[in-house]
Design a protein around this ligand. Structure first.
Ligand code: UGA
Length: 482
């Protein structure tokens, strides 16, 4: 049943299955759009904590929106059957991890679809929100048919999510586009109603909308495709972004060989609108729960259909090498690491999140520990998650970013937390044994670091060493003299 909400659209009854990153954010944002949402998870403890106001992930704006909607338009439950009965649209947002053979493991999706089949009491649309391989919508339909559900009682929709961790709420409410992959006109109309507050803009006109790029005059396009195209769009989008990162990292390596600056190259090529400025930050490579998994799954899907996506195999290899190159830089500069003490700024796979899954920082730390050095590490929010997966007698953590410098041989910046750029590096230099910074995210200002007398090594940027500092000062003096 639908009812008019205060934003003028018909509020839909929606179930979101899965309260992980995508599920929790999607459920909360659908409630914010005026829909009645039931978020289901089989993890009883997680649901109980959500019901009591606990926010399980670090995500900007999520606590505020949960406070606003939980118990009102958003409820949490473990009872999938009841939720299915109460809803017209059921979004599947459960995990699709990488199986041992590189394919996406769809067992959680299958389990949920079977449960839904057993509870269906009328027409429903089943919406894939999780990232799934192409043709999964056909596979879902076949499961429902096998469980005796009539083809007239359901439609399948692919509606991939493009939110980024750290900016997930803003990304959801101000998307570049909304993709709806379905062959059914009835399902298309339901999806159009669900997203109407965004695509028709009246959410942005309401006084209390989440701030962002879209407005009543600039609404996100709703793009209708086939289910297969929609499924491929999600994999292709992530693979393309990962490719951009590996591309700029390869050029960064060339920059190091010829003495050019990758920041200048990124600006120079990124201002070409056909290329675009985003995802051209060179560094220690991409991590997280999506790019590594999705690039692997996309390669695997392609090879199942006899198509060679070797380009993406290279993207993965370049990404892995990028960490090794960074480690080589540290080893070459410091000599034997045995007995050295290093300070680490950043554990999360990127700034703005407490997520450490596939974090390049953690794999670099593990290698450094193997080299026999001791490490003191700081992250604004990811220490607890790191402690759960990485423990070593020579690894300690601190909540004070300055104490990572105490008596250390060097500092390594491994996550692009913007607050690291605001730190007082005069104080950091005072505490360090030797003033050396390895900036794995090109976060710090090269000129400032140089002026402060640091040895500074970024990625794809001319190194500032005390000898180059001396040389550049000599050049400047000579230039002034002539
Ligand atoms: C990514 C996509 O950006 C989202 O559109 C998508 O919805 C999501 O995956 C998903 O599939 O669920 P996310 O994993 O949150 O989002 O993080 P990104 O901001 O894309 O960053 C991924 C990694 O690339 C991070 O380790 C980041 O540090 C690295 N990165 C990003 C770079 O090394 N350089 C860049 O220029 C940009």
């Amino acid at each position: 049943m639908s009812r008019r909400n205060n934003q003028g659209n018909a509020g839909m009854s929606i179930t979101v299955v899965g309260s992980g990153y995508v599920g929790l954010v999607a459920a909360t944002c659908f409630a914010e759009l005026g829909h009645s949402v039931i978020c289901v998870d089989n993890n009883q403890q997680r649901i109980a904590r959500l019901q009591h106001g606990h926010v399980p992930i670090y995500e900007d704006l999520l606590p505020e929106l949960l406070r606003k909607h939980v118990g009102e338009r958003l409820i949490f439950t473990t009872d999938l059957a009841e939720a299915v009965k109460a809803s017209t649209a059921i979004f599947i947002a459960v995990g699709t991890p990488t199986a041992e053979n590189g394919e996406a493991d769809l067992s959680a999706v299958q389990y949920v679809i079977e449960e839904i089949a057993d509870s269906m009491d009328g027409y429903k649309i089943i919406v894939e929100k999780s990232t799934v391989p192409v043709q999964t919508s056909d596979w879902i339909a076949s499961i429902l048919l096998c469980r005796g559900i009539s083809r007239t009682c359901f439609d399948i929709v692919s509606n991939p999510e493009f939110l980024r961790e750290g900016t997930a709420i803003t990304d959801f409410m101000h998307p570049d586009r909304i993709i709806v992959g379905t062959t059914s006109h009835r399902a298309w109309e339901i999806m159009r109603d669900i997203y109407a507050p965004l695509s028709e803009g009246y959410y942005y006109a309401s006084g209390s909308s989440v701030p962002g790029r879209c407005s009543i005059d600039q609404t996100p396009p709703l793009i209708r495709t086939s289910p297969a195209s929609s499924e491929l769009i999600k994999h292709a989008a992530n693979a393309f972004l990962a490719m951009k990162i590996s591309f700029i990292n390869s050029v960064a390596n060339l920059c190091e060989a010829v003495g050019a600056d990758i920041q200048e190259i990124a600006l120079g090529i990124g201002t070409d609108r056909r290329i675009g400025k985003g995802f051209l930050n060179a560094g220690i490579g991409y991590g997280g729960s999506c790019f590594p998994k999705d690039v692997t799954a996309f390669c695997s899907v392609a090879s199942q259909f006899g198509v060679d996506l070797d380009l993406l195999v290279q993207v993965r290899e370049i990404n892995a090498q990028q960490r090794e190159r960074f480690l080589t830089k540290v080893r070459t500069t410091l000599g034997s690491l045995h007995g050295k003490k290093l300070g680490i700024l950043g554990l999360a796979f990127k700034g703005g999140t407490d997520d450490v899954r596939e974090s390049p920082a953690l794999s670099i730390i593990a290698s450094l520990l193997q080299d026999g050095c001791s490490i003191i590490a700081h992250d604004p929010v990811a220490i607890t998650n790191t402690q759960n997966v990485l423990q070593h007698h020579a690894l300690t953590y601190t909540n004070d970013p300055y104490s990572v410098a105490d008596q250390c041989d060097a500092i390594l910046v491994l996550t692009d937390w913007q607050e690291f750029a605001q730190l007082d590096f005069v104080e950091i230099k005072r505490r360090l044994k030797t003033p050396i910074v390895f900036d794995g995210r090109n976060l710090l200002n090269i000129d400032t670091m140089s002026a402060m007398g640091f040895t500074y090594l970024g990625v794809g940027r001319p190194p500032v060493t005390r000898s180059t500092l001396h040389r550049s000062l000599t050049h400047s003096v000579a230039a002034i003299a002539t």
